[in-house]
Design a protein around this ligand. Sequence first.
Ligand SMILES: CC(C)(COP(=O)(O)OP(=O)(O)OC[C@H]1O[C@@H](n2cnc3c(N)ncnc32)[C@H](O)[C@@H]1OP(=O)(O)O)[C@@H](O)C(=O)NCCC(=O)NCCS
Length: 100
Amino acid sequence: MPFSDALRRLERSRTADVGYWIAQPFWGKGIATQALAQLTQHIFKETDIIRLQALVFDGNIASCRVLEKCGYIQEAFLKCAVFKEDQPISTYLYSCLNIP
Ligand SMILES: CC(C)(COP(=O)(O)OP(=O)(O)OC[C@H]1O[C@@H](n2cnc3c(N)ncnc32)[C@H](O)[C@@H]1OP(=O)(O)O)[C@@H](O)C(=O)NCCC(=O)NCCS
């Protein structure tokens, strides 16, 4: 497939990545879960996005819990998908779909 075709497909996707970060003194208070739940609801109500997705570093159990509590489904485990401090790190891919 020509590269331009791949680019077009990207342009035509209705996918967005989500990410979040909470300052450490406020961890464990349900803030990330509440924020992501509201963000997810807002995006699906106000935009034409049908797929929200998130990548989570292997071992980040709190972030996996946040996504699962907000209705995101674990789709894949991507081995050595990213590099951090010169080390390969695997990631989980989560998604939440807004389809009939
Ligand atoms: C991940 C992060 C966003 C979570 O934010 P938070 O406001 O503390 O999350 P919440 O309080 O809404 O929920 C955390 C959940 O994880 C669970 N949890 C937290 N630490 C855990 C651990 N070490 N093992 C298992 N579960 C854990 C909590 O018990 C809670 O689940 P529960 O309600 O079922 O008990 C926050 O820790 C953070 O900002 N981390 C640094 C940045 C980051 O990792 N961002 C995500 C990148 S994908």
